[in-house]
Design a protein around this ligand. Sequence first.
Ligand code: ADP
Ligand code: MG
Length: 728
Amino acid sequence: MISLSTKVEEIPKIGTAYAKRLKKFGIKTVQDLLFYFPARYDDFSEIISIRQARQRLGEVVCVQGQITEIENTNTFKKFMSLTETTIQDNSGEIKVIWFNQPYLAKSLKEDDFVCLAGKVSLYKEGVYLNNPSYERINEIGENEELTHTGRIVPVYSETRGITSRWLRYVIKPLLYRFCEQIPESLPQEIIKKYKFLPIQEAVWQLHFPDSFEHADAAKSRFSFEELFLIQLNVLKEKIKLMLKKAPACPMDADLMKSFTDYLPFQLTDSQKKCAFAILKDLEKTVPMSRLLEGDVGSGKTVVATMAALSVIKNDHQVAFMAPTEILAKQHFKTITELLKNFDVKIGMLTGKDARIFKDGEIFEVSKKSFNGDLENGQIDFAIGTHSLIQKGIEFKDLALVILDEQHRFGVEQRDHLIKNKKLVPHLLSMTATPIPRTLALTAYGDLDLSLIDEMPANRKKVKTIIVEPSQRKEAYAFIEKEVKECKGVFVIFPKIESNASKLKEIIEKNGPINGSFIPQNYSPISLSSLAINEVKALKEEYERLSKEVFPDLRITMLYGKMKPAEKERIMLDFKKGEIDILLSTSVVEVGVDVPRATIMMIEGAERFGLSQLHQFRGRVGRSDMQSYCFLFTTDPSQLNRKRLKAMIDCDDGFKLAEKDLEIRGPGSLYGTQQWGIPDMAMQGLTNIFLVEKTRTAAKELLEKDPELKNYPVLKERLKQFQTKIHFE
Ligand code: ADP
Ligand code: MG
């Protein structure tokens, strides 16, 4: 018995070969296939007479007619086969040409009636229909049900060996057979409230819509449903956490005052407000889940350190996790300095190193003794990379986890940290990525938000300049001048993917030159962008800068694959002023603090999203000196100019993120590509009204029925959904 859960390979039309290809889309069962929705539609719904069609040169038309003749010819030295036919109706006739579909002459015969949809094009002798979609019919003008022509036709995203035509051919009969078995997943009250199409009709209308209005109605139902599932998922996690207990850490106002008194600067009002919200959260037995957002340089580290100090003085431990070793080491240095007067035992653990700060001094220790110290509570404050949550690492009494530049940490991960202990730690997550409101309400909907929306007073606005290829020399001269004044320069070189097809294209156009495949007129930048691997490209650029452009300056490279110790040494040298120019891939993106750096120069700026460019820019302007951000671009397209111009006009990370969302779509937002959010939910993410609606609906439902006991279908869909998405 075939049913919705039957594997696709068991469907005779599909078989194992096609089933394998379908797997690439995650389609395994009949139900999956029915939920594989078209990416867009072709509107072939207006059928006109052949006479009318002949007058619509350049337009796509749909006609019906009878085949008067059909034949195959080979052409272009047999590179391509042509199938030529002529069709007629009682208004006239038109020639039809198909390319490379020789089997057509076998399946379509003289006197057959067909419905065709294609572009009216010009040929030597007159007009013809160019490579039309086709479908056999019984009779001209009869009201037959059509699939590939004569209607709004679904177009799916395709892969090798799976065409839209094939998908239509397979999906339609399955819809007839199984659509009525698809169980409704949305609660009836929601369908009623928002006047949604019931699921069976929505599935049908998405594949074979009666009109574009029907397709839109079906789409909005599924956009809603997918966002609704995300909301349910996130809110359920939140409820789960609320039922757990965390150690309460009462705040000691005098301690906090003496901490801020020791600082070499005054906290901004924003920092104070955020610190207060966090310290208040820590006093509760409900585990905190708070996201601290603040632009690069807004001073999140100090705020986090205050939270840590409060927890430590309540006799608990704190873990602070950074995304990279460089950052972990930088935080270790900063935090030991900030806490030097407070008698806190601080340790640092990365992939290779373990260090301890005790009595004003730093000691290298073995990992084993580090672990021992953590376990018996000799270390109050552990700073590190993900090494801190590896197997075999145990805390005596962990009460606060701080995450830098990573947003999420699920209930399971927290559980893992505490093993069998009763209390779960509080969580403070920090990010410089501005999260648009729609995302904050969905993917981060389980986190409370605090925002540092104010920069320390001594900062000057970074001047941003788009550098045209012709202005390169001037920009280099300016950089040289700045370096003479002991200022540091970052050069960011875009991450380069191997681009074999582009390379091939150029070779084909230009032929190998001097034994190498690079055409002479290529500038060094685009030359590098063809390179097969990132490090090689970076090295070429390094050669160019150090030999040709800045022979007198001290330039050093930094890239992801370097050993952590080496990276650390380079960062330190750069900080101390022993390196003038740091040429780097995007590894410096997050967090690194080098106050003497005043120039951020970005090659191939058009390759980066605005939020990312903004992050780079935040690496400079960390002192009271005037800083600059140079955006080098080789792509003159208007769209890119427009995007880059936004960088000049705007230095608000939130606005830039919104702009990215507007120009490049939700896929441009940090992390979203890895989440596996379905397309329709992605599109929904740009719609704040929809997001708020789904959030309210999810809340109401969970309040009524937290376990979704009365909604088994929804519960099952949620379960499937959870295996697909994974927020970070
Ligand atoms: P981010 O928010 O990007 O993590 P950091 O915490 O690294 O920023 O702070 C950036 C720099 O600003 C550090 O050198 C820090 O000491 C300094 N800083 C933090 N708060 C203030 C303040 N209120 N006034 C002046 N400088 C500050
Ligand atoms: Mg930081």
